[in-house]
Design a protein around this ligand. Sequence first.
Ligand SMILES: CC(C)(COP(=O)(O)OP(=O)(O)OC[C@H]1O[C@@H](n2cnc3c(N)ncnc32)[C@H](O)[C@@H]1OP(=O)(O)O)[C@@H](O)C(=O)NCCC(=O)NCCS
Length: 186
Amino acid sequence: METARLTLEPIDLAHLEGFHRIWSDPDTTQWSSRGVCKTIEETKGRITGILHDKNRPGIDNYGVFIRGSPATGHSIEPPSCEQSQVIGIVGVHKDDPVPELGYIFHPSAWGKGYATEAVSAFVRHYFTLRPDAPYIEAKVDAKNHPSIRVLQKCGFDEIETLVGGAELAWMDPPVRDLVVFRAMRK
Ligand SMILES: CC(C)(COP(=O)(O)OP(=O)(O)OC[C@H]1O[C@@H](n2cnc3c(N)ncnc32)[C@H](O)[C@@H]1OP(=O)(O)O)[C@@H](O)C(=O)NCCC(=O)NCCS
């Protein structure tokens, strides 16, 4: 899948080191219910849990690369060092009872609109892939303002707040409010 600046490749253990670069960062993973991956083995386990599986067709996850990256096999422009790395992950990691969107980007890629570009493309793709899915949801920590902004820019509507909906031992306070966002099939 391609966007103006990005390529989304089905998630693959071939990019394990790049995924670990993202999931081993405590700031980046602080909002995730599963927290930081301390070892590459932990990251491997996490990727393995969201790989494409014909028995779970609703689980669909992608590594995000800057177009022109050697890792994607394309070469529309000379790759820089940063371009050879996976910069993010986007997809549905859970689809019961509803498809739940997740995304995470390396801090070196923040603030450039990449998450918005990747999430928009993924949501369009998901509704094409799953004609039975009326909507897709995302649950975001009420204090995670950049993530809330990404969802707003991608056309998600705020549905409800789950007060005390998560407990993250490393956060202050550990009991967190979660905001549920939903995008309807258009
Ligand atoms: C959330 C995340 C994916 C955003 O990635 P990104 O590539 O920087 O996103 P974009 O550049 O597309 O958009 C970020 C938006 O947040 C805004 N923003 C950034 N910091 C902000 C802050 N502290 N308060 C309010 N808005 C903020 C940006 O200005 C931008 O909005 P704008 O285009 O209207 O100016 C990235 O920060 C990340 O990976 N965070 C850790 C993982 C995570 O939180 N995942 C989501 C879990 S639900």
